[in-house]
Ligand binder design. Sequence first.
Ligand SMILES: [Cu+2]
Length: 484
Amino acid sequence: MPPFASCFRSAAGAQPDPLRRAALEAAGATLLAGSVRLLSAGVPGGLGAVLAACAGPSRAPDFRLRIGAASGEIAPGREIRTTGFDGRFPGPVLRVREGEEVRIAVTNASAQPDLVHWHGLAIPSRMDGAMEEGSPMIMPGETFTYAFTARPAGTRWYHSHAMAGRDLTRALYSGLYGMLIVEPKSDPGRYDREVLLAVHHWEPSFVSMQDLRRGPPPDNGLEVAYRSATLNDRALGHGDPVRVRAGERVLFRFLNASATDDVMLALPRHRFEVVALDGNPVPVRRVLDTLMLAPGERIDALVEMNMPGKWILGSVKADERAIGLGVVVEYAGAAGSPRWEEPAAPEWDYPGFALRTAATAPEERIELRIEKIPGGRGGFNRWTVNGKSWPDTERIRVKAGRRYRLAFRNDSGDMHPMHLHRHSFELARFAGQATSGLVKDVVNVPRRQTVEVDFTADNPGPSLLHCHMQEHQDFGFMSLIEYA
Ligand SMILES: [Cu+2]
């Protein structure tokens, strides 16, 4: 079926096309169940905004997003004022179908230039939302319409790709993020309920590691610490719980939209069957007590709801739950206070989701050595790739059609979630273990380890390769892949 075979205008009282109507109904059903606040934002402006799905270059946008002041009361009396999409955070859930031509008009009503990156999608550089790739900055008061073919299917997301640097109000420190679900052409999903949960940290400030006495090495410069955190728009214990019924099979889609922090999540007495990482089905499904997400990563996991009660789905760290990182999962008819129990020791690692056979040998290997120039007390660390910081990092030149292996050698004491724009990659080796079949767009490279990923140069145009920790990316940790 050609995209947008049917046109409609809701203002004229016509019906939306069947695909979108199904998505709307799904969102509405979940809303009624009260389980996913995020979905209340699933359709910006309601039906009235889901307009005119007509083919042709001048057709109206499928979605409109407005960058501007946003606020939300994450707990009674605790208001976060930030920049967000459509006045709130997270931004609306956008649902599109794989292969669909999508137009998203973004108006910048903020005082700063900004732009939106469509994370995990194989789209043209100009539409990808990274100025280093040639995407336009959207100046205050202007509107830019992103137009692309939605692929591949899976849990994708969108966020500001501005540089924040020392300004902790910008980019991923702000509320400028949201989920983008690309529905597969044929949906193999078998679940009763879908719950979307985006992690975010709020109220950032710079602190000296020497004062925190934990975490990264003592020669580090300033790091970012947070006073509050949310899953979607509320802190733990506030807002509606995720409501479920005994016997249900729930698909959780998690996103870590934190600017800088890894998170580990658990739901006591329940286990997660991990079906996709970064939106891509895993070769080996695993059933685990805990999930780990680096900044930028997504996990789709099925949970059998077979332990009635009220439970805390949240960070395994007590201090993170205390600042809000969690949500209550409530079975119908359950009474009492929500319970937390310490999970068993985590078994999280990437190779467990991959095949243990070697990936097909690539045509070329590219070595990328990652080092830190410590900032020391009160200073900022700087990051180098092969000895140079952005914008001086050497361009990685590729030829269309060839397959490349990127070997990240992390010579620093920090973890780095490496993200490749506009392409997916296959994990080929993780800390000495040969792997294949696991396809991602972010890989968290452990300290003092080497991780190798393979990608096919199949989407010509400049493509960013960077650490997804905002603070690292902004202080030099970025490279550009260029096609010959
Ligand atoms: Cu990093």
